[in-house]
Design a protein around this ligand. Structure first.
Ligand code: CDP
Length: 725
């Protein structure tokens, strides 16, 4: 880009603009959107980043890349994109990536309010939108688009030049998801001028609460490891190949990329008093429960309580305990409003944490590490930290990812503590000892060093990276993990023997699913006759929170079995899920009452219906159905339990994706995995619990007190011969 002297300070963000518009709009003075915008401007001006906007704009006038660090709550995610819109070079849209859906949606909502514009697709004049898996809420006039990292990668597959954007902001980079590492590699290629389709350079901002700013700046400064590594589209590859054949140096754009700026924004943090346990606890849920009521009943300071837990199950158990106990509190105490927060929770339930509690009520938010940096929960003065999180980890012996409960890092513990002091002085209770804290790792290991990389490698292949081993990674993953991913993709037929992406691979890469589930969908479309619509229903269930309301004890398990009896299928959990979805969809009168009667989560079922609608649309678009066919309304009359032939076709489709998740029955009555020969038990939540069948396919391997297979169905060993010989 030609260096332009920055225009004499254009309007200071929002204010003058707003006044100008008010005068022009005359009669619209009572517009509630504008009123809210004016009100919010006061709080925006108090954010630490506000006074740095000229520095930020100047840095991006000068350089193409800015690495910005700043404490959570300093205003990075909400303000910076608005500052950018005022820059001359910013004529198109600004993309802002988020690791989580909840953050993308709530940020878009907040920024739309701050800009006085309707949100997303609700109006063609909307300036702010979001795009998350299964929910695109943008319009042609969108100028700021919050989107999950996965969605940006999908967009990159369709348009490698990112031509609709002037700037991509990569937020929350300290979380170091595999997707963020891929995005950084692709963006590095773009700013280094590899992609010649861009007429103007793409600006890139990388933001983080804690990250190693110098390391990221160095990454963007260093030359590309190999010209071809960062991914080009077909045309460009042809250019490069042609140049090689002719012995010429490949053509490059003339403008050399400009160096990287860095900037730090001081946070706004009130003091937080810290306390540890004297001795480690062996029942952290009970300790958390006691701590919450001690705060509620004994602490004179007002304010909400934020509790960090590991996942949906622990959150729901603690919620039940608190609610049962709270009904016995006398009227001397304020009421308690318990709100869960985890990734699989549907959007409208997640949004409740942002609303203030009714009068004389204290909110208790039970959250996974979502609330650590991604989401700012207003009103929090107390933090209770259990010191654990559920993390994904690749288990070599099993050749698959498992979710394991692990101690968090010191930097995560410090982020959690900080959440108590955003609006006023606060208090943080760590449910571990000071020695425990000292023994934690300093920073979490990036996901790319501990996870299955098959989705990442497929994305690279689909984007034209011929050799993923030489991709510009911020932290290069171990070579054997990359090789395993390549092998897994070969097994799924996503790659051809020569390592190039196959037609199947391209189709899988376009689906918003893991390569395994993508392969299942394709197999179901290709089976004879196809069983795509049934498989979509099951895959939709696997993509949301558990549809079955938790049943923890023997007694509740029996109650659930009675209530859900007619939905249970002998073949196992896959067909049971299908029966549940179809019965729910066929219910025309009162779906909520139906769900309650069957101890099924209505909330989860609503999400399932949403996801299945989107998947159906995507499969139609990808022409996975024979031409002329469609998904009709009469699809939901239900599957009969006797339909063994359909069951076989569906489970064979699952086997094509989950070939590594098979266990067989041994003479001693235990199940052993095919890969790794490890003993595994059927999870108590499965309809097959306690049954002995010849062999199993399972969705997930979980390790709690012992190894469990979850999401299990019975298969016949001879099916494997049909499939794999
Ligand atoms: O990105 P960073 O953590 O630096 O801050 P931010 O997300 O831009 O948040 C700045 C402030 O905006 C927060 O402290 C909240 O007061 C407000 N905010 C909000 O009310 N609702 C949101 N969804 C996001 C932010």
């Amino acid at each position: 880009m030609a260096a332009q002297k920055s225009a004499p300070a254009r309007v200071s963000n929002g204010q003058t603009n707003g006044m100008k518009r008010k005068r022009q709009d005359g009669p619209k003075q009572n517009n509630p959107l504008q009123n809210k915008k004016i009100k919010l401007l006061e709080s925006r001006k108090k954010l630490p980043i506000w006074s740095r906007q000229q520095d930020i704009k100047a840095a991006l006038e000068k350089n193409d890349v800015l690495v910005l660090s700043g404490e959570t709550g300093s205003g990075k995610s909400t303000q910076l994109p608005q500052f950018l819109l005022e820059s001359k070079w910013c004529s198109k849209c600004v993309a802002v990536t988020q690791p989580r859906r909840v953050a993308a949606i709530s940020l878009a909502r907040r920024v739309a309010e701050e800009m006085g514009t309707p949100l997303g697709k609700s109006s063609p004049a909307s300036k702010v939108g979001y795009s998350v898996r299964f929910d695109d809420s943008t319009s042609p006039s969108t100028r700021i688009k919050y989107l999950t990292e996965g969605m940006l990668l999908q967009e990159m597959l369709r348009d490698s030049a990112m031509s609709q954007y002037s700037c991509v902001v990569v937020d929350e980079v300290h979380e170091r998801s595999v997707n963020v590492d891929l995005i950084l590699g692709f963006l590095k290629g773009l700013v280094k001028g590899i992609n010649k389709k861009r007429k103007t350079p793409l600006k890139v901002v990388v933001m983080s609460a804690t990250a190693d700013v110098a390391g990221i700046a160095r990454f963007f400064d260093e030359p590309m490891p190999s010209d071809k590594a960062s991914g080009t589209d077909g045309d460009e590859e042809d250019d490069l190949n042609e140049a090689k054949i002719n012995g010429d140096a490949p053509k490059r754009p003339v403008a050399s990329p400009k160096p990287v700026s860095t900037c730090h924004v001081e946070g706004r943090q009130y003091p937080v008093k810290l306390s540890y346990l004297d001795r480690p606890t062996d029942d952290v849920l009970q300790t958390a429960f006691e701590r919450i009521f001690k705060i509620h009943c004994k602490e004179p300071m007002p304010g909400d309580i934020l509790v960090f837990l590991t996942g949906q199950e622990t959150i729901q158990s603690l919620q039940k305990l608190i609610e049962e106990y709270a009904v016995n509190l006398t009227a001397d105490y304020p009421k308690l409003l318990v709100l869960p927060l985890f990734a699989a929770l549907p959007q409208h339930a997640q949004q409740r944490i942002f609303q203030s509690a009714p009068p004389n009520t204290r909110k208790v938010i039970l959250s996974t590490n979502i609330a650590e940096t991604s989401v700012t929960v207003p009103g929090v003065r107390f933090v209770v930290d259990t010191g654990k999180a559920k993390i994904k980890q690749f288990r070599n012996r099993l050749a698959l990812d498992s979710l394991l409960i692990k101690p968090i890092s010191r930097s995560s513990a410090d982020q959690r503590k900080g959440r108590a002091g955003r609006e006023a002085p606060g208090q943080c209770y760590r449910l571990y000892t000071q020695e425990g804290y000292n023994s934690l790792e300093k920073n979490a290991t990036p996901e790319i060093l501990r996870c299955d990389l098959s989705a990442a490698v497929l994305t690279m292949k689909a984007r034209g990276v011929p050799d993923p081993l030489s991709f510009p990674f911020l932290t290069p993953p171990p070579r054997d993990a990359m090789e395993k991913a390549l092998l897994q993709l070969l097994q799924l037929s996503a790659l051809a023997e020569d390592g190039s992406i196959s037609v199947t691979g391209k189709a899988i890469a376009r689906l918003p699913l893991t390569p395994t589930l993508g392969r299942v969908i394709l197999s179901s479309a290709r089976s004879d006759p196809p069983c795509l619509r049934e498989t979509i229903d099951i895959v939709a269930c696997l993509s949301v929170e558990n549809i079955f309301v938790n049943v923890e004890t023997e007694e509740t398990r029996e109650q659930a079995a009675d209530a859900r009896g007619q939905l249970y299928r002998r073949s196992g959990d896959h067909m049971t899920l299908l029966a549940a979805v179809q019965a729910y969809a066929a219910e025309n009168s009162d779906r909520k009452a139906w769900a309650e009667r069957h101890l099924i989560s209505h909330r989860a079922m609503q999400s399932v219906m949403d996801v299945r609608k989107q998947l159906r649309a995507q499969c139609l678009q990808a022409k996975l159905l024979p031409s002329g066919s469609s998904f009709s309304d009469g699809d939901d009359e239900g599957v009969s339990s006797a339909d063994e032939e359909l069951t076989e076709r569906i489970l064979k489709a699952f086997l094509s994706g989950f070939a590594n998740n098979i266990a067989r029955l041994c003479p001693d009555g235990s199940y052993k995995t095919f890969v790794g020969n490890q003993t595994v038990s059927i999870h108590p939540s499965s309809v097959l619990f306690g049954r002995k069948v010849e062999a199993l396919v399972y969705n997930e391997f979980v390790y709690t007190n012992k190894a469990y297979a979850r999401g299990v169905s019975a298969i016949q060993l001879k099916w494997l011969e049909d499939l794999f010989t």
